[in-house]
Ligand binder design. Structure first.
Ligand SMILES: Cc1cc2nc3c(=O)[nH]c(=O)nc-3n(C[C@H](O)[C@H](O)[C@H](O)COP(=O)(O)O)c2cc1C
Length: 340
């Protein structure tokens, strides 16, 4: 009943369990693993429109070895995905969206929620919650770029509840974005001031669902299938996005789908979990090379070891793993712990 197809503008998706944009995590490799595990739609991390427009060569589709391009490219099994842009200048956002043409994204998302000062001090990210009229102009620009260059794929917007607790303006901000042409609003109901602390206030998602016509994606504190069921039930959101709950646990998509549809689900063994983490490492290596991939994967791999026998020791070794071989040794022999 809660797991169902969803329509976002012209885009039809088979289901409504999404992978949220998470900087430093939702790269091609991890998105690919999440799709394999049943994520119905995936988001890249936020990409700077200014950087894209200023350094077009770095992002060229044929720059296959460029780590920048890898942020934008779709994974092989990713039939549908969304690229998230951030910026505060409608013209630059237009140009940046137009430059996404070679990537053929299924949607373009505008970040109006990032709380990081480096982003907000430029007027972008969550700072757009303070200037909803500007956000509206940005949405219009990106919609025009989508119509001209991207086949009219939907433009969506991800917002917070407000800049701080004195300015909870998610409803008016969302309405302006929808009137400007946004096809979906994702709401992470924490203020910019809260960053990622405290609890997200799902009542604001309920409120937003009742006051805009476009589909609402709920975000915030989704760590289990039970959380997902409760968010769907309490808020009436059309779709939801796992963020921190999917880190080191891409299985949450299949588990949640089974939970919501009453299907059988067998939890992956620790061996399967670690093997999945290892495959993610191999995919990441193909994109950014062994040395950087091995470093980048340390934090995520640690999450995969949760619940493993000798998990603490494993994590200790993982923080020093430099090569694929180091990782292989840790997993060697059906995950018997024997890094020497
Ligand atoms: C490390 C980190 C990076 C994030 N990066 C992005 C991002 O690039 N774009 C975005 O819209 N949201 C980003 N988010 C917010 C998440 O998409 C999500 O809305 C938020 O974490 C709340 O969900 P959760 O409590 O289930 O993790 C990020 C969150 C975290 C923790």
């Amino acid at each position: 009943m809660f797991y169902r197809p969803i329509q976002i503008g012209s885009l039809s998706l088979d289901g409504n369990l999404f992978l949220a944009p998470v900087a430093g995590y939702t790269d091609r490799a991890f998105r690919s693993i999440c799709v394999e595990q049943g994520a119905n739609f995936t988001f890249t991390e936020l990409v700077s429109s200014e950087a894209l427009v200023r350094n077009p060569l770095l992002y060229r589709a044929d720059s296959l070895n460029s780590s920048k391009m890898n942020i934008l490219r779709r994974a092989d099994n990713e039939t549908r995905y969304c690229i998230q842009l951030f910026g505060a200048n409608p013209n630059t956002m237009f140009k940046a969206a137009a430059m996404l043409e070679p990537c053929r994204p299924s949607a373009v998302d505008i970040n109006a929620g990032c709380p990081v000062p480096k982003v907000t001090k430029t007027g972008a990210g969550a700072a757009l919650m303070k200037t909803p009229a500007l956000l509206g102009r940005i949405v219009e620009s990106v919609v025009r770029a989508s119509e001209a260059f991207l086949g009219g794929v939907p433009v969506t917007v991800k917002i917070r509840s407000g800049w701080d607790s004195d300015s909870l303006n998610y409803a008016i901000t969302a309405r302006i974005a929808v009137e400007a042409g946004a096809s979906m609003i994702s709401l992470h109901p924490r203020t910019r001031a809260q960053v990622y602390t405290g609890k997200s206030d799902w009542r604001l998602i309920t409120d937003l669902v009742s006051c805009i016509g476009a589909p609402v994606a709920g975000s915030g504190d989704l760590y289990s299938p039970q959380d997902a069921e409760r968010m769907f039930r309490e808020t009436g959101c059309a779709t939801l996005m796992f963020a921190r709950g999917a880190m080191g646990n891409p299985f949450i998509f299949a588990e949640t789908r089974a939970f919501l549809t009453g299907a059988m689900w067998t939890a992956p063994s620790i061996t399967e979990r670690l093997e999945t983490g290892f495959r993610q490492l191999v995919l990441l290596t193909q994109d950014i090379g062994e040395r950087i991939a091995c470093r980048e994967m340390r934090k995520q791999f640690c999450a995969y070891t949760k619940g493993a026998e000798h998990g603490a020791e494993m994590r200790n070794y993982l923080t020093h793993a430099e090569t694929i071989d180091d990782y292989r040794k840790i997993l060697d022999g059906g995950c018997l712990f024997k890094l020497v």
